[in-house]
Design a protein. Structure first.
Length: 283
């Protein structure tokens, strides 16, 4: 049974349907048009959107358009060198909390999680049902099931550490999860994370942690920052294998062309995250 973080998961469901409607209508939909298509009154629809992201549906619509990624690259692009220079990286001011991270040793990773106990639980999040996993050191996995389904999300994360022991214990994880998703009931401002991956992957994930909220970067910029400028394809693969979605912000990596690129948990979720952050940053 899911442990409730907030009502924002319901709001995400409404927003996900709104993305489909906006994509299908190139002429732009008014608040009344969108509300009618959602079988809601304009007032109710406005309340739902405002509760989810803090801005009106009319304002939020611009963040959901397919051209928003290009606008972000033009106006909110951050080189990782600039992020370090301005103090936006390091311990990482992300989502209004500090992320403290530690990485598993390469030898331990090579053993596939043998001897490691991983606790897991389902939670409601601003982006639909979230499967969260963690060790005694911090969150090691976050997967989103809105597009993939819960069974596939579970199978996906478990397969990453095949020799670990998995124990269902959402109450143990809940304080970290509340901090990670900014729940009003959060009792801590810091979400510890534990990176479990190959050395190259961890370099890429560390670079992702340098990207400030509301900003984006490109796969080629990440490759340059980690000292492998020709390894853009390998960087893209490592971004896609990021096990801690949202906290390690792989959704902030875009193609140079302005295309969204891929997203392991579904492109509607990536678009929602980018829109959510951009709108909240502006608000």
């Amino acid at each position: 049974m899911n442990v409730q973080v907030s009502e924002k998961s319901y709001h995400f469901g409404v927003m996900r349907r709104a993305i489909e409607l906006i994509d299908a209508d190139s002429g732009g939909l008014s608040l009344e048009d969108l509300a009618r298509e959602m079988n809601m009154s304009p007032a109710h629809f406005q309340r739902v959107f405002s509760a989810w992201v803090g801005v009106s549906p009319k304002r939020f619509q611009q963040y959901l358009t397919l051209g928003h990624a290009k606008a972000l690259l033009a106006n909110r692009f951050t080189t990782l060198e600039a992020a370090h220079a301005t103090g936006l990286s390091g311990s990482g001011r992300l989502h209004d909390l500090f992320v403290r991270w530690e990485a598993m040793s390469p030898g331990d990773f090579a053993r596939g999680g043998a001897g490691l106990e991983v606790f897991w639980g389902w939670f409601e999040s601003p982006f639909g049902p979230a499967l969260v996993m963690g060790t005694e050191k911090g969150i090691c996995g976050i997967g989103f099931a809105a597009e993939t389904g819960e069974a596939q999300a579970m199978e996906d994360l478990v397969a990453r550490w095949p020799n670990a022991t998995f124990t269902e214990d959402p109450m143990r994880l809940r304080p970290w999860v509340h901090a990670a998703f900014g729940a009003e009931s959060a009792t801590m401002k810091e979400a510890p994370i534990y990176l479990i991956g190959a050395p190259f992957q961890i370099k890429v994930w560390e670079a992702l942690l340098s990207i400030p909220t509301g900003h984006v970067t490109s796969y080629s910029e990440i490759a340059q920052a980690i000292g492998h400028p020709k390894a853009v394809r390998a960087v893209g693969t490592a971004v896609g294998r990021n096990p801690i979605s949202w906290l390690i912000p792989c959704h902030r990596a875009l193609r140079k062309s302005g295309g969204l690129g891929g997203y392991h948990w579904g492109l509607p979720v990536k678009r929602a995250m980018l829109a959510y952050e951009a709108a909240r940053a502006e608000a």
